[in-house]
Ligand binder design. Structure first.
Ligand SMILES: C[S@@+](CC[C@H](N)C(=O)[O-])C[C@H]1O[C@@H](n2cnc3c(N)ncnc32)[C@H](O)[C@@H]1O
Length: 193
């Protein structure tokens, strides 16, 4: 057994080419994407949230795991980079794109909770954490990546990442597992009751 990913969303090559042309380098890696698709497939008819669309690679992975009745909201600050994803998925009625600050969106969102939250930007992870966790339904999942050291991290970020992981792991309201895999993942599931 190895952890090489061998099945990819069909849109990935086009998204990667467009992201490269735009100079966007922050897309999720394959192993994270594969896990996103797998987790999305556990929720037929589920409600999913991605914070930080980027160029849409995570979106592609999530959509590839979702069934026809599941829905995804994905939020991105950068209109130009998100446009790559919007154009790619213009015909997929399961996804709603929000263009704006994820923190402002979290502060004002008043709809139902989500079955899977992929928090892949500052808001919902290093800011607005409680708000993002509040939006996880009982039995729902909260996933973050980039917890292992990255070459482009600013000084002191390792401490922030470690503090975040330690705080989540200590919570009683979530069952949490950290994964020394891909860029360093943490999966937290809200306990029911
Ligand atoms: C790690 S990338 C997202 C990658 C994407 N989820 C994927 O799986 O390929 C983080 C994204 O967050 C966006 N971002 C930064 N600050 C933000 C904010 N305050 N609100 C929403 N998005 C933000 C960046 O523009 C960037 O596209």
């Amino acid at each position: 057994m190895d952890d090489t990913v061998r099945r990819f969303p069909s849109q990935l090559p086009a998204l990667r080419a467009a992201a490269a042309a735009a100079g966007f380098t922050m897309s999720s890696e394959d192993r994270t994407g594969s896990l996103l698709a797998t987790l999305a497939a556990t929720r037929p008819g589920g409600r999913l949230l991605e914070l930080g669309t980027g160029a849409g690679e995570g979106t592609a992975w999530l959509l590839s795991g979702m069934d026809p009745a599941a829905t995804l909201v994905t939020v991105e600050l950068d209109d130009a980079v998100q446009r790559i994803a919007r154009e790619q998925f213009a015909d997929d009625g399961r996804v709603t794109f929000v263009t704006g600050d994820g923190g402002a969106w979290l502060d004002t969102y008043d709809g139902p909770a989500f079955d899977l939250v992929f928090a892949d930007t500052w808001p919902g992870k290093f800011t607005h954490l409680e708000r993002a966790l509040d939006l996880v339904a009982p039995g729902g999942m909260y996933l973050i990546d980039d917890l292992l050291p990255q070459p482009n991290w600013p000084q002191g970020h390792q401490e922030s990442a470690d503090r975040l992981a330690a705080g989540l792991t200590a919570r009683q309201d979530f069952a949490t597992t950290t994964l020394d895999w891909a860029s360093g993942l943490l999966l937290a599931v809200r306990r029911a009751g």
